[in-house]
Design a protein around this ligand. Sequence first.
Ligand SMILES: Cc1cc2nc3c(=O)[nH]c(=O)nc-3n(C[C@H](O)[C@H](O)[C@H](O)COP(=O)(O)OP(=O)(O)OC[C@H]3O[C@@H](n4cnc5c(N)ncnc54)[C@H](O)[C@@H]3O)c2cc1C
Length: 408
Amino acid sequence: MAAIAAAEAGVRDVHILEATPEPLHKVLISGGGRCNVTHACWDPRALAGHYPRGTRALRGPFSRFAAGDAVGWFDDHGLELVQEADGRMFPRANRSTAVIEVLRRAAANAGVTLHTGVALKDAAVLPEGGFRLGLRVSGAEHAACSAPITCQRLVLATGSHPSGRRLAAQLGHGLVPPVPSLFTLALAKESLGELAGLVVDPVELELQVPPAEAGGLVERFRQVGPLLITHWGMSGPATLRLTAFAARALHAASYKVELTVRWSGGKDRAQLDALFTEARREQARRQLANWRPWPELPRRLWLYLLAQAGVDPSLRWADLSKAGQRQLVDALLGSRYRVSGRGPFGEEFVTAGGIPLGEVNLATMESRHCPGLHLVGELLDVDGITGGFNFQHCWTSGWLAGQALATI
Ligand SMILES: Cc1cc2nc3c(=O)[nH]c(=O)nc-3n(C[C@H](O)[C@H](O)[C@H](O)COP(=O)(O)OP(=O)(O)OC[C@H]3O[C@@H](n4cnc5c(N)ncnc54)[C@H](O)[C@@H]3O)c2cc1C
């Protein structure tokens, strides 16, 4: 995006150095092979709220190039994006190769030269300005490129690859240490395995993360949304959002924390008590196992909660004791589970951490430490929740860097 934006804005002699044989590998595998290009969130401020790292800082960049601009940009370049019910946007062709084709065609049309199998090994600032680049070339056909080359401006868009962080450090940048974000949670064995496969929507999840050092405060993170129970623990949008926002705190606690789940679908104690009282009156002769206090509460979950609360499911509603009701309401309002670690990753794999945003001018993506160097994409300490937000930040930061190159 940075290369295309620069070339389209009039910069001549734009080159992409790509270490692997094919560019855009992550686009290819993204979104389960469909590429979730962006999210139908049109307000820059609301968009920025989807980034656990970058919430405030991204308001500025998104006021210049946000999701609507990305949709328009791709449309202008021949790729129509369509919105799914949950707001995620995919190419109409429903395959990530359509995105790759459009980006490659746009780059070629704008006169960008792509060099594959050429890794940037080191970069040194030249006294007269610009950079001297040391390259590592794979494949005999590129042998001529292995000599150092120079460039006036350098955009690092190396994603989460360690070489990019090393290059940025060489050029004077610090690093927020990378930790995983957007993962599922593994629960202690005795937990929810018998409910595997169940989706409960909505639930409220709350993580209590103990302080890393004595005297610190317990950190709390809350999310509401659909929960998928798996044989190892918890997945689904609410879990992924929770782990994204709590990524650093969870890492510091070695992923050993306590999780409270509110199964009550947003109902408070008074509303639950009213429902139970009504059921005891109206469904007096029915067994607890056969009548759930509200229909959206999955039956398997209700039977599980009865067992957890030690209430006999064959009891008639009329015979439910006050104590039994209190235990059930307590279980619905806050069951506690022990998180034993990270579960397998979700569909998107992203790294929290990278080059601190304070070290970059977010209007141009230019380094504050090294004039002429621009840093974009996942290399920066920005990450979004699942839903197309991670690519959106890449389109935005790439576009801003490309525009800036043209205004020198
Ligand atoms: C399985 C998976 C699915 C995902 N799905 C989605 C999704 O649907 N929607 C979404 O928004 N996000 C998704 N993401 C996240 C998204 O892919 C990343 O946020 C995004 O690709 C980051 O883009 P980038 O350009 O910063 O880095 P990358 O896409 O990682 O690109 C960096 C490029 O630089 C090259 N490179 C690295 N170092 C060097 C070097 N020293 N010299 C030369 N070349 C180098 C790499 O080979 C690579 O081609 C997904 C991620 C994964 C892993």
